[in-house]
Ligand binder design. Sequence first.
Ligand code: SF4
Length: 454
Amino acid sequence: MIDTHAHLDFPQFDKDRKEVIRKAKQEGIIRIINIGVDLESSRKSVELAEEYDEIYATVGFHPHDADKLSLNSLKEIKRLAQHPKVVGIGEIGLDFYRNLSPRDVQTQAFKDQIKLALEINKPIVVHIRNAWDEGLSILKKTEAKKVGGVLHCFSGNLGQAKNGLDLGFYLSFNGTLTYHKSKSAELVKKLPLDFILAETDCPYLTPFPHRGKRNEPSYVKLVGEKLAQHFSPLTYQDIERITTVNAQKLFRLNVKFKPKIAYLIRNSLYLNLTNDCTNSCTFCVRFYSDFVKGHYLRLDHEPNYQELIQAMGDFQKFDEVVFCGFGEPTLRLDLLKRIAKHVKEKGVRTRLNTNGEGNLIHKRNIVPELLGLIDVASVSLNVDTSEKYDRICKSKYGRGVFYDVIDFIKECKKLLPETVVTVLDLLETDLKKCEEITKSLDVKLRKRHYKRVG
Ligand code: SF4
């Protein structure tokens, strides 16, 4: 995992800093972002980043220290920020709870440092406490979205979380998640995991069961374990991978991602046969990300049979093999059937996630060809009317494709062991009507959340 918010330069680590960093590495914490809070701490953060490969730094003035931010210190922060291992400006923001600097001074320091981040094009690490309306409004007005950032130690409500996400910000959670009756625990479950980071904020906010002692980066795993409980059936490995990729993307940690053709989510092995699709759904993940659940799915070429078999490895240990990926799998029907045959011969369950346009693609009824090869067809109907399907799913086959998808579902229901229809909880989807449709088709309905993929 990555601890995205640590203060290892603080005196609490003077006696055993090296040991704490060694322990974190040993526990699999691959990167630590050390956060500056004033000039001295920003300098020390950069020094730590120079000394340890796994440490990266941010530089800036915390709202508590906003009254110490002079023109000269801002210049020095700018100089430090050019360092290649400085990955952001922070922590900056507003703290109207403790008010250790006057509010107008905090506001000005926040704006000045956002301006600096925009100048040098690095993301910001934001601390907001009891100042959500003011803080979010500044982020909006200053167009901080252009560099993005993280709302660290997120303590706002769901509405404020959504506003932060709309502004392009990640939300970060720490040891407070593990506390009894934690408010963030209720909130976090409702958020898209692709925009969540894990942090310790060490030496503070130590997670259970070490509460009361000094916090340290290796404890970020306890935050990951708590996230895994909240996002069950996703596993700790899923959380570890997803939050790590989120941090690597935000702080541009210079990672070269390799496209995955076989990838694990929960205990299901997904296959990425193609990035091509006959639809251009307005909500499609391919249009705003290269990732699904922390897996990079943007292919550099379409995989062949041998490549897939090799990437699948010992797939018998998984619950199922799912034809899904970053496109419509039935576009590669022959390959799909060949792989599915191989999987079924080994006695493993198969699932096809499809947009239901396979019969249009191949100009014949392909469902009988899937008999004995596919156990579950999961067909995306998405919406409840043909007009909405045309507008939202934008099929290359033109208008009225909704009815072709319904026909495909009927064929699947007739011939395959299990058929599931998925719809999306978009504002415009009438979920009651979707229930009626699936009831009349006698198939299962699965409601998917908008912007939650995989
Ligand atoms: S059918 Fe799926 S892959 Fe194709 S555009 Fe829609 S959401 Fe994307």
